[in-house]
Design a protein around this ligand. Sequence first.
Ligand code: MN
Length: 274
Amino acid sequence: MMASVSWAVATDVGRVRDTNEDSVLARPPVFVIADGMGGHAGGDVASSLAVAEFAALADLQSLTREDVATAIARGNDRILEHARAQGELGMGTTVTGMAVVAPGGVEHWLVFNVGDSRVYRWTGERLAQITVDHSEVQELVERGEIAPSDARSHRLRSVVTRALGSDPAPEADSWLLPLVPGERFLLCSDGLVAELSDAEIAEALTAETPDAAAELLVRRALEAGGSDNISVIVVDVVAAENGAGGPEEDTKPRLEFGVRRTGSSEVDVPGADG
Ligand code: MN
């Protein structure tokens, strides 16, 4: 990829669960969060299997829609195979992410989603949720039976209506977005959304750097209760190859990716257990 991005990852088991069943991959041109579900180690394995299919794509310059669809389909197959071999019922995972694709030679983000992890876009002024949850609560909202503001606390909040590990294979939603320098994206598992409102998320995204924003989001979610595993990836578009939204005269090849990896599997919070 020619675009330059900077990103940070943070994931935490939370303050209630024993295990972290979220899996995270941040390796340009692809960023993915998977939130696993299932008994024993089932959820952990399911989310790992889904993310592993995307890790295989991470060394490519840019992906295609087909690459993403294939990775999702393969992840689904691997999970079904594992569940059958182990006799584990109800093993599945969400998979949500964004990848650089170049339809017609121009780099774009392809945002994709199965389940209720999310991708948000932050312009510096406005937070927009790109993905639409596949959940019982989202269906109630769409039918006008509950208000969007009641969705976060609804008892059906965590009931997912589409997930990998299903037969027939689930269909992924996708969105194509321009790469705009200065834009910041947030990928997150539902453990973040369960604790923080959109306004609180937006406030944390004003942090200077992706790692400061990622750390702050997870810390705030832990302080708010940490009832589920919490995973976030914050991605800043530093420059785009075609200069969309930036200076047009600069056609020189840019630094491939001026990236900084800031990973932390645990975020230290004073007073948190474990
Ligand atoms: Mn979750």
